[in-house]
Design a protein around this ligand. Structure first.
Ligand code: F6P
Length: 363
């Protein structure tokens, strides 16, 4: 018999479509195992401050499968300075003491932490100090190592693809170059997948520093072959070969740097170099909003149910991961502090190149 009777669940970091689907799966499968589920509000704040938690029954999660955001709330700042600190293991101690006390006060036997790299780094530190927990990888950026997919990514790519389709309309009608700036932080997954699915002519990603002259030449070559418009997809973290990433705000205190502006920059330079009307659109947080796709709903549900399963089996200190076709548990220690970037030898990059899509690196 498992000794797990009561578990907690929290969501940390930026919201991603599918968070509610994970919460729902955890609450329902826990309930069906006779386990109570406590929802903690606003990431680790719910485990630090009193009265920031509530019992979640299956009735409380009815109807949230298709709803974006998180019913528990989230924050990037809860323990944020800790999560982003290089000395996370040292700076986590004051937070740990309060969370550990609340964990026992709430009578919890286990915790499910749903979050991205920062949140999972805190979870790992807590796990090393003895808290029985399991992590669930969440981010539209798809940059968590050890899992081929994070939930939220498919929804973001679907939205971005739809947006690129719409930009095609204007590009074609006005014979323009249209630049779509997508999210993804330091990884180019959203740009790469949405770029291919949306039929882009150039895709700029952080993993491949670009030359704007090469991009312009490749688009002009398209024109010589008769094309009268072009579509460029730029990841927010993409940077020119001899330049820096575009930033909206530098990192300060507990806040990480805010990326943004590459789309506008690229559009202005292409207009100058090509002598052709060029416009840009920033897709921004629209990529994180709305209902999750069926893929993300299914993945999130499988993650949630598997997280409960791991807690029941006493397999803690793990993160659930998608290793197609299975959901597995992998050690959090193998995950934290790393970023899963687009491999340059990936067949997806090769496919793009085979189709004549430029990354701005080869003439
Ligand atoms: O990590 C997800 C993400 O949407 C990134 O793609 C983006 O850079 C960042 O979060 C934006 O964060 P915020 O919502 O805090 O501005």
């Amino acid at each position: 018999m498992s000794r797990v009777r009561r578990i907690g669940v929290l969501t940390g970091g930026g919201d991603a479509p599918g968070l509610n689907a994970v919460i729902r799966a955890i609450v329902k499968s826990a309930h069906n195992h006779g386990i109570e589920c406590i929802g903690l509000e606003d990431s680790f704040d719910g485990l630090i401050e009193p009265n920031r938690s509530r019992l979640l029954s299956p009735k409380d999660v009815t109807g949230i499968l298709r709803v974006g955001g998180t019913i528990l709330g989230t924050t990037r700042v809860a323990g944020g300075a800790v999560a982003r600190s290089k000395e996370v293991h040292e700076r986590v101690d004051p937070v740990w003491r309060r969370c550990d006390a609340m964990f026992h006060q709430l009578g919890l036997d286990g915790l499910v932490v749903i979050g991205g790299d920062g949140t999972l780094a805190i979870a790992h530190e807590f796990s090393k100090r003895g808290m029985p927990l399991v992590g669930v990888p969440k981010t539209i950026d798809n940059d968590i190592v050890g899992t081929t997919n994070c939930f939220g990514f498919d929804t973001a790519v679907s939205f971005a693809t739809d947006a690129i389709d719409r930009l095609h309309t204007t590009a074609e009608a006005h014979h323009r170059v249209m630049v779509a700036e997508v999210m993804g932080r330091y990884a180019g997954w959203i740009a790469l997948y949405a770029g291919i699915a949306g039929g882009a002519d150039a895709i700029l990603i952080p993993e491949i520093p670009f030359s704007i002259d090469i991009v312009a030449k490749r688009l002009q070559a398209r024109e010589k072959r008769g094309a009268r418009f072009s579509i460029v997809v730029a990841a927010e973290g993409a940077a020119p070969k001899d330049g820096k990433r575009a930033l909206i705000k530098e990192a300060a205190g507990a806040h990480v740097e805010r990326l943004g502006g590459v789309g506008r920059m690229v559009a202005a330079q292409l207009e100058e170099l090509m002598g052709k009307e060029t416009r840009s659109a920033v897709l921004g947080h629209l990529q994180r909003g709305g209902a999750p796709t069926s893929f993300d709903r299914t993945l999130a549900t499988r993650f949630g149910a598997h997280a409960v399963e791991l807690l029941l089996r006493g397999e803690t200190g793990q993160m659930v991961a998608f290793h197609p076709p299975n959901i597995v548990g992998i050690p959090l220690a193998d995950v934290v502090g790393k970023t899963r970037n687009v491999p340059l030898d990936s067949d997806v990059v090769a496919t793009a190149r085979a189709l004549g899509i430029t990354f701005g690196d080869e003439e």
